[in-house]
Design a protein around this ligand. Sequence first.
Ligand code: CA
Length: 80
Amino acid sequence: MKRTLCILATAALAFTTTGCEKFQNCEELRSKFPHGVGMPGAIDSTSGSTPVTTFEVNDAYYKFNDHLDRDNDQIACEQA
Ligand SMILES: [Ca+2]
């Protein structure tokens, strides 16, 4: 499982104190994570008969962008 750790960042306003970017919308998030980002063990509940399984597993990034998880399945901006 690929995981990206967030590191300390001090510069750009788009970065939080953990270094995770907070995105304004799914278009922005998908520029970094094309299939969305979610918590470990999350299961897509909104993509019909074929759940998205290719999202990036990264709990820190998910937590900073959980406002983009409209159905609360612990995956933000899931897309095949
Ligand atoms: Ca979701």
